[in-house]
Design a protein around this ligand. Structure first.
Ligand code: GBH
Length: 458
């Protein structure tokens, strides 16, 4: 570690949670084992042309079978927390009705294994793998899916609620709604903006219905929240039309979900900007949705820059301009801009009154190569993490109530529409052999955490 890294380690308080994140469909594999039924991602990935090179999650990282070894790896890295997701189609394979004991058993073992190693479990109840049977009844465009979800959430909490420290109801409902139903680049692949808006409402309702049921079935000190994706928008210049278009992009990208959650209201102008009708909101929905959460999970990777006058009629169409001269980009084509994380955290605190924030995802894809030895050099990821964790330290210093950081991802995995071609891990995965090799970024992160522990113990 450099002296700058040592100073960075000193910027974080002793109860800070340092972890790594994954999601069920991206790592587990074993999609046809122990009673699991298909999800929309099994269906979507089977459609030619939807996923890069026809990849799917059937085997993925085989984490379902390598769970113990993977937790051992987390322990070697010195992680204090682990964020994973629970596959609804393992727990209730048809989406509603019969509960599959083997599914609950798997996560029960995972949680116990984590606790044995002193790693705090943070669980996401929905990271995009909707049971296919529910999709056949309209999926998230059907209000009933929200009620089925709340039943599912309660069943999981009854089993794991005595040990899970933090629940996330949903991961990035913006992606489920817009990428899944609006433009169809994610499952289930629908392309209808009105459906996206309706699906978004039912996702929010699912969250609102589940909140009290999670609390009622969890330990008193467990906390319940949600993870949202944010891409801060910056104007390319100061012209009035640029400022106006940047506002409009921000409305669509960043405010659609946080405002009903934080204020019990959809942001004004959202539906008009998207040229859609408001979703079917029923009496009481917004009260449920706007009920206080214990923390907000923040997923942030990049920013977007917007220039006015180039923007088409609908708010979601081609909002980015670029490349930004002099800027660096990851393999996903996402600009590296750590200041956006600082700005975002301060905004969530000041403007939306969030009292506890966790970075639940932050990371970068690069072309990592492995020569068959026991090292993987990924200097660009090390630099990315240094800069983003530095940005986090400055948000903390300016008063943002940040409680933890989870890097995306613990290990390379199934990157949705990008298949296995994009690697986000701090641990390399050789899919042929399922060998895991800690990358230089993993070693760096581990050393940072060790330095932080050394400081805070003294
Ligand atoms: C997260 O999504 C996911 O939670 C995680 O599972 C995934 O592996 C990880 O990030 C890395 O991708 O060009 O229309 O997609 C992040 C999703 C990416 C959503 C950037 C917004 C820009 C708009 N975000 N994206 S679009």
């Amino acid at each position: 570690l450099s002296s700058a890294d040592l100073a960075l380690a000193r910027a974080f308080p002793k109860n800070f949670v340092w972890g790594a994140a994954t999601a069920a469909y991206q790592i587990e594999g074993a999609t046809q084992e122990d009673g699991r039924e298909p999800s929309i991602w099994d269906m979507f990935a089977a459609i030619p042309g939807k996923v890069h090179q026809g990849d799917n999650g059937a085997i993925a990282n085989n984490h379902y079978h390598l769970m113990q070894e993977d937790v051992e790896l987390m322990s070697r890295l010195g992680l204090g927390g682990y964020r994973f997701s629970i596959a609804w189609p393992r727990i209730i394979p048809q989406g509603r009705g019969a509960v599959n004991a083997a599914g609950l058993d798997f996560y029960d073992r995972l949680v116990d294994t984590l606790l044995t190693k002193g790693i705090t479990p943070f669980a996401t109840l929905y990271h995009w793998d909707l049971p296919l049977a529910l999709h056949q009844e309209g999926g998230w465009t059907n209000r009933d899916t929200a009620y089925a979800y709340a039943d599912y959430a309660e069943i999981v909490a009854r089993r794991l609620g005595d040990r899970v420290a933090g629940w996330m109801t949903l991961n990035e409902p913006w992606c489920s709604a817009y990428l899944g139903y609006g433009i169809g680049i994610h499952a289930p692949g629908e392309q209808d903006l009105q459906q996206a808006i309706d699906a978004g409402h039912h996702l929010l309702l699912a969250h609102g219905l589940a909140l009290p049921r999670l609390r009622a079935n969890s330990a008193p000190n467990a906390s319940v929240g949600i993870s949202l994706n944010f891409t801060p928008i910056y104007p390319a210049d100061e012209r009035a039309e640029t400022l106006r278009d940047a506002e409009r992009a921000d409305l669509f990208v960043n405010r659609w979900f946080i405002e009903p959650l934080a204020r019990g209201q959809y942001p004004g102008g959202l539906f008009a900007a998207l040229e859609v009708e408001p979703p079917p909101v029923q009496a009481g929905d917004l009260e449920l949705i706007g009920a206080p959460i214990d923390f907000l999970g923040v997923n942030n990777y990049t920013r977007d820059v917007v220039r006015g006058g180039t923007t088409p009629a609908r708010a979601d169409e081609s909002i980015k301009v670029g490349p930004v001269p002099g800027a660096c980009y990851t393999e996903m084509g996402w600009e590296i801009y750590p200041q956006a994380l600082t700005d975002l955290l301060i905004r969530l605190h000041r403007e939306y009154g969030m009292q506890a924030l966790y970075i639940m995802e932050n990371g970068a894809a690069f072309k990592d190569s492995w020569d068959g030895g026991d090292q993987v050099h990924d200097p660009r990821r090390v630099a990315y993490m240094q800069e983003y964790i530095g940005a986090l330290a400055s948000a903390l210093e300016q008063g943002a109530p940040v409680r933890g950081y989870f890097v995306w991802s613990l290990m390379d995995n199934f990157e949705w529409a990008e298949g296995y071609a994009k690697r986000f891990g701090i641990v390399y995965v050789d899919y042929q052999t399922q060998r895991r090799i800690i990358k230089d970024s993993g070693l760096w992160y581990s050393a940072l955490l060790e330095a932080w522990r050394a400081n805070t113990v003294l």
